[in-house]
Design a protein around this ligand. Structure first.
Ligand code: ASP
Length: 343
C-alpha cells in the first residue's frame, strides 16, 4: 500500500508557465516555488509534489530531439521515486514531444501526463490552472496501487488523449488538441470518467529508455501542382533515410510517371517512404483507388491512421535502434507499438 503519492512536475517552458510582469507588461516565467501561494487549492491534494525546471526554459517551437533525450533522462532517473509525472510544455510542439516520449519510454508503467495552456497561468481567465490541476489528479489516480493511466497522455481542456494520437489543431481555442482517430482516454467533468477499455494496460516489465534518435528524415507534403524539382530535392537530401509522404485522402498521390519513377528510384536506393494522410481523421488504404495502388506497387509503406507527429517520432526512434535491419524497421512501421495506430 502506497503511504503518500509522490508526483514529479517537470516544467519545460511554454505559455502555461508565464506570468505578466506588472511593471513592464511582458510575459516572464512563473516562479514555481510560490506555486502553493498562487494555486492554494493544491494544498487540498494529499500528495507530495516536487518540481524540476529546465534551464533554459523553451518556447516549444525551439524543441529538438536532444531535448527529448534530456526529458526522457529526467523521467528515467526519477522513475522509482514517483508514482507519476506531469510535464508542463508549450502547446506548439507538445504532440511531437509527447509522441516521442511514448516511443522512447518502453515498458512505461506509470502516468506521464503532458499539459500546457493557451493563456498564461497568471492571467485571470487562464486555462492553465484547470489543465494543471486535472493533470495532477490524473497522474496520481490509482486503482489498488496500480496507476489508472500507465501511458503518455495529453490532458487539455477537459479531455485526456493518448499522446501519440494527438495534433495541435487550434491556435486560439482552449480545446487546442485533436485526436481524430482515437477516442479520448478520459472525459473530465464533475467526475473524471476513465475509459478503461481504451487505456493501455501495465505490463510490469522494467522501464527501458531509448535515447538514440535518428533525425535523417523528411516530410513531403503533396499539393496539386507540386513540381518534379521539389520532389527531387526532397528525395535527394544528403543522409536521408526515410520520408513521410503526406498524401491526399485515403493515401492517394499523382500517378504521373515522373512522380512514381522518382519515388521508385528513392526506394531502390534504400529510402523508406511512409504514406500518411493529410486528413485529420481516417486511414491510409492504398488499395482503394488507382492513385494509391500505384504507390503500394512500387513499395511505399502504408501508415494506417498514424498522425504526422507520431510518424516523425516513431521513425526517429526506429531508425535510431542500431540493431534493426531495414526490413525490421518496415515491419515495425506497420505494427502498432504503443497504441499509435489502428492496424
Ligand atoms: N509558443 C508557445 C509554446 O509552444 C505556445 C504555448 O505554450 O502554447 O511554447
Amino acid at each position: 500500500m502506497i503511504d503518500k503519492i509522490s508526483l514529479l512536475v517537470i516544467y519545460t517552458g511554454g505559455t502555461i508557465g508565464m506570468v505578466k510582469d506588472k511593471k513592464t507588461g511582458t510575459l516572464k516565467p512563473f516562479d514555481f516555488t510560490h506555486l502553493y501561494d498562487d494555486i492554494p487549492v493544491l494544498r487540498n491534494f494529499d500528495y507530495r509534489i516536487d518540481f524540476q525546471s529546465f534551464d533554459p526554459l523553451l518556447d516549444s517551437s525551439n524543441m529538438h530531439p536532444s531535448f527529448w533525450v534530456r526529458l526522457a533522462g529526467v523521467i528515467e532517473e526519477n522513475y522509482e521515486d514517483y508514482e507519476g509525472f506531469v510535464v508542463l510544455h508549450g502547446t506548439d510542439t507538445m504532440a511531437y514531444t509527447a509522441s516521442a516520449m511514448s516511443f522512447m519510454l518502453e515498458n512505461l508503467n506509470k502516468p506521464v501526463i503532458f499539459t500546457g495552456s493557451q493563456l498564461p497561468m497568471g492571467e485571470i481567465r487562464t486555462d492553465g490552472r484547470d489543465n494543471f490541476i486535472n493533470a495532477i489528479e490524473i497522474a496520481s489516480a490509482m486503482d489498488d496501487d496500480t496507476p489508472i493511466v500507465p501511458e503518455v497522455a495529453i490532458c487539455f481542456e477537459n479531455r485526456l488523449f493518448r499522446a501519440n494520437r494527438t495534433s495541435k489543431f487550434n491556435a486560439e481555442n482552449f480545446g487546442a488538441f485533436l485526436s481524430g482517430n482515437y477516442s479520448s482516454l478520459a472525459d473530465i467533468g464533475v467526475r473524471i470518467k476513465y475509459k478503461q477499455e481504451l487505456i493501455l494496460k501495465p505490463n510490469f516489465r522494467k522501464l527501458k529508455v531509448h535515447k538514440n534518435l535518428d533525425e535523417n528524415i523528411a516530410i513531403l507534403k503533396l499539393f496539386p501542382g507540386i513540381t518534379a524539382n521539389v520532389v527531387n530535392c526532397a528525395l535527394n537530401t544528403k543522409e536521408l533515410k526515410a520520408v513521410i509522404l503526406e498524401t491526399f485522402g485515403a493515401g492517394n498521390a499523382p500517378t504521373a510517371p515522373w512522380f512514381l519513377d522518382m519515388m521508385k528510384e528513392a526506394i531502390d536506393r534504400g529510402i523508406i517512404i511512409l504514406n500518411v494522410t493529410q486528413c485529420k481523421g481516417g486511414t491510409v488504404e492504398m488499395g482503394k483507388y488507382e492513385t494509391g495502388a500505384e504507390l503500394e506497387r512500387i513499395g511505399v509503406i502504408g501508415g494506417y491512421d498514424i498522425t504526422t507527429e507520431s510518424a516523425v517520432t516513431k521513425l526517429m526512434y526506429l531508425l535510431g535502434c542500431d540493431d534493426l535491419s531495414r526490413q525490421e524497421v518496415i515491419h515495425f512501421l506497420q505494427t502498432s507499438l504503443r497504441g499509435e495506430m489502428t492496424v
